[in-house]
Design a protein around this ligand. Sequence first.
Ligand code: PLP
Length: 389
Amino acid sequence: MTHSFDLTTLEQQGINRSAQSGLLRDIFNRADIDSPQLFMSRSAIAENYQNLKAALPRVDIHYAIKPNNHGVILDEVHRLGGNFDICSAGEIDMVLRTGVDPSTLVHSHPIKSIPEFDYAVSNGIEIFVVDNAEEVKKLHRYPERKLKVMIRYRISTNSMAVVNLQYKFGCQVTEVLSLAREIEKSGHEFYGLCFHIGSQCLYSENYVLAIKAAHSLIHQLDECGFNTRLLDIGGGFPVEYVEPAPDIHEFCQPIATALDEHIRPGIKVISEPGRFIAASPVTLVCTILGKAERDGKCWYYLDDGLYSTFSGILFDHCQYPVITNKTGEHRLSVLSGPTCDSFDVMYDGLMIPEHNVGDRMVFCSTGAYCAVSGSNFNALKQASYQIID
Ligand SMILES: Cc1ncc(COP(=O)(O)O)c(C=O)c1O
């Protein structure tokens, strides 16, 4: 697995990295960068949105805003005709600023506190998700409303996504019918089914299995008089980081076929991509604050670290490609963050040319599950965004 790339090689090989080499060269040459800085490309957001839409023509996109809730992404998705998946009062406030109709949003959190639930209902959200009977009981608080309730189920798969989202949520398929009955008893409407196969999922067959499970569930629900109106196939679509990811059109082909074969045309299908929309449009630029020789390795101390943008290394199990503009002999190196904590090390054992204090390093595809999970530890400066097109 290659973690680092030098700019000249990238340009010569024409490697199709998310951040184009022109942008990268510009980043290394510009004097006006307020490091650490996140460069966000509006056109890359649109390109990702349109690629996914073209790969799954039947599926409407509800961007899951959790990986990156920056207003530019939300506005761009809204401008392109997309909708949103939200999971908290804070996220509701963010997406309502785009002008989206709240009754079309999907509130995808299977476990909501009462204040969160009340806030969502009072702000006009109608589509909710449950995966257990306790959550259905909360619906009794809203007798004056007819909420549309989806049931999230999970399935077994042989191969797993990088981030397992079937661990904490999702009922067994055998529980779906009884939950639909509980929803009906609560006076609300059973509206549909949803699953999330896991984030950074490299196996489209997992979606196919979940769609086949939906097919048989829909049949059982039909027989018991429940009308399935919506199928939500979740997010999970993979992105290229240090390892290649499948081309999105090839990846989605079996999913699109499974939808055509197993889900009747009257059922609306949506997805909740997060990472696929938000990751590649963002490129992080850091500056080397300090340098030391320790145990035969060259240690570099950057102005961003695990407690901030690189938090995705921990929470998202991700490794971002490192781009340098240096050439020369490669040395065993460590990249660490700016805090006083020894844990704050992002890359150990990287082979890169020697750098100096003040030099820049660039990290691609840092738009999803990065800055959002950072903290204010040591009260150090956090990366700000610059919109580049
Ligand atoms: C319910 C739900 N929908 C969508 C997403 C977005 O997933 P991804 O970023 O893998 O597309 C997540 C991620 O945690 C999620 O929990």
